[in-house]
Design a protein around this ligand. Structure first.
Ligand code: NAP
Length: 532
């Protein structure tokens, strides 16, 4: 075996969808690249989140690479929404097909990186004590990759099995007949609960905030694939120019154009029977107008009441405290109906807060409930967590200090004071408000083209102007403030992490608009960036 070299043109952090595509593009452009990955194989979020029922909430024909027409034609998804095992098969297939693993070091977590201004290189230190240098570093570290792990009192006392959905055992877990608790009712919790309810002995769901969920209407998609594949390039281009990075039929009208109520009802029924996240685009003012938003919210509440037999349980499952879509919507496959089962019960943490874990189970309210297994689906330190978890030091100090009051970036791609450090789907880009695959491919292409431009013009250092960055931060904040989204205590704002500054982090102006801005910046000679 040849000794791996220590100095690279580019270091890419992360071997999920973003890191793999970045490796492919940089190889094609003739760069020498090393990818550093904490996991034991490729896959990123799909490597770690193997909990029962894990599935993508963006349709498989959209949530896949578009860069290679042969790949896109030869791969056949089996379901409208792909399951985690199928997505992992796909990403492994990509790694094999392009022989990617030879440039990836697995089982290695980046702990720190330091910019050397004289050498104009980054030194990257990993948890095996090794240091490598590179001219450029690209953080393909994901938006939801650092789990939030609340420390409940007495957690260590619990004598049963305890699992996090975000780091599920690779060999699976046998839950058959067991007394199981699930804490958390976001997307991960909903999917886990729905999948395990029929198999477990008893299931107790600990809910802090109820979620709005739209039915997936999942099923086989062979016929749809036959329809889309002949025109896949045009289909992808439409996605790139759309609001969310996938097709939603954006000919939507305003809510007031559809009143009286019959028109509103017709549109909501249509969107509901189509299923999926496009429900939130029923009217173009849903995110801006409180009445339009409330009409959607009330429609979902009515659906929940119709699905859940016990009115008291239905009421507890009904979201009332925040606008619909201000927290990430869930896409479900029979979640609410699970609560009609005799073996499932709901604990509303508003009425019965978790006091502590014990050897036997969980004390909430006045009651101790005994469990064999506790599953925690408590979310992530989103968008900034993976970046601030590394000790990154630029020309003026630490990234954690610069971002103490919230992330500051130009286009979500770079941050001033950290030359030659790029972020794929960084904060203040559409990222989590879009089909991640569309946004990943756009950023990777943009960064690769920027590096090629630097090389072709004999330059090797790139960094945003502070003024351009300030303007972009203001733009992102202003656009966010125009919407109802900051009104929810969501992970979009950092509200789920105690002590994290509350700032609305994604760019909500839409994928197509963002692409036009990003393309324009590049065409204008990387306007707002210093290239030296
Ligand atoms: P999440 O949406 O942040 O949900 C975490 C849940 O845990 C929430 O119900 C939260 O309650 C609860 N929680 C957190 N801390 C708690 C505490 N100390 N005590 C009690 N409850 C607590 O996280 P997630 O479900 O992992 O989903 C995160 C995102 O990942 C999703 O929004 C989505 O973007 C993505 N995802 C997508 C899919 C998919 O494609 N289908 C699947 C999984 C995840 P509060 O709401 O009160 O904070």
């Amino acid at each position: 075996m040849t000794e791996e070299r220590n100095d690279h043109d580019v270091i890419v952090v992360g071997a999920g969808f973003a890191g793999l595509y970045q490796l492919i593009r940089l190889r094609q452009a003739g760069y020498e690249v090393r990818v550093l990955e904490a996991g034991g194989d490729v896959g990123g979020t799909w490597y770690w989140n193997r909990y029962p029922g894990a599935r993508c909430d963006v349709e498989s024909i959209e949530y896949s690479y578009s860069f290679d027409r042969t790949l896109e034609q030869e791969w056949n998804w089996t379901e409208r929404y792909a399951s985690q095992p199928e997505i992992l098969d796909y990403i492994r297939h990509v790694a094999d097909r392009y022989d990617l693993r030879r440039d990836i070091t697995f089982g290695t977590r980046v702990e720190a990186m330091r910019w050397d201004d004289a050498a104009e290189r980054w030194t990257v230190r990993t948890d095996d004590g090794r240091s490598r240098t590179a001219r450029f570093v690209i953080a393909a570290t994901g938006c939801l990759s650092v789990p939030s792990r609340p420390a409940f009192a007495g957690m260590a006392d619990f004598a049963g099995e305890l699992y996090w959905t975000s780091n599920w055992p690779h060999d699976g877990v046998d839950l058959t007949g067991k007394r199981v608790a699930v804490v958390g009712t976001g997307s991960s919790g909903l999917q886990t609960i729905t999948a395990i309810a029929p198999d477990v002995g008893s299931l107790t769901v600990f809910q802090r905030t109820p979620s709005y969920a739209v039915p997936a209407h999942n099923g086989p998609i062979a016929a749809r694939l036959d329809e889309v594949k002949p025109g896949y390039p045009e289909f992808r281009e439409e996605s790139r120019l759309s609001r969310l990075g996938f097709h939603c039929g954006e000919d939507e009208t305003g809510y007031y154009a559809e009143t009286p109520a019959a028109g509103v009802r017709r549109e909501l029924d249509r969107r509901w029977s189509d299923g999926g996240l496009c429900f939130t685009l029923s009217f173009r003012d849903v995110l801006f107008d409180a009445d339009a938003n409330e009409a959607l919210a009330e429609y979902v509440r009515e659906r929940i009441r119709a699905k859940v037999n016990d009115p008291g349980t239905a009421e507890k499952l009904t979201p009332r405290t925040y606008p619909i879509a201000a927290k990430r919507m869930c896409v479900d496959t029979g979640y609410f109906e699970v609560f009609n089962r005799d073996n499932v019960s709901l604990v509303d943490l508003g009425e019965e807060p978790i006091e502590r874990f014990t050897e036997r189970g969980i004390v909430a309210g006045d009651a101790e409930r005994a469990f064999d297994v506790i599953i925690l689906a408590t979310g992530f330190d989103a968008m900034t967590g993976a970046l601030t978890a590394m000790d990154i030091r630029g020309t003026g100090g630490a990234l954690t200090e610069k971002w103490a009051a919230g992330p500051r970036t130009y286009l979500g791609l770079m941050t001033a004071g950290f030359p030659n450090l790029f972020m794929i789907t960084g904060p203040q880009s559409p990222s989590v408000l879009s089909n991640m695959m569309t946004s990943i491919e756009y950023h990777v292409d943009w960064v690769t083209t920027a590096l090629e431009h630097l090389r072709a013009s004999g330059r090797h250092r790139m960094e945003p102007d502070i003024e351009a960055e300030d303007n972009w931060v203001n733009t992102t904040n202003d656009v966010g403030e125009l919407t109802l989204m900051p009104r929810a205590a969501s992970w979009y704002t950092g509200a789920n992490i105690p002590g994290k500054q509350r700032v609305f982090m994604p760019f909500v102006g839409g994928v197509g608009t963002y692409k036009q801005i990003g393309d324009g910046v590049a065409v204008a000679g990387y306007h707002g960036f210093e290239l030296t």
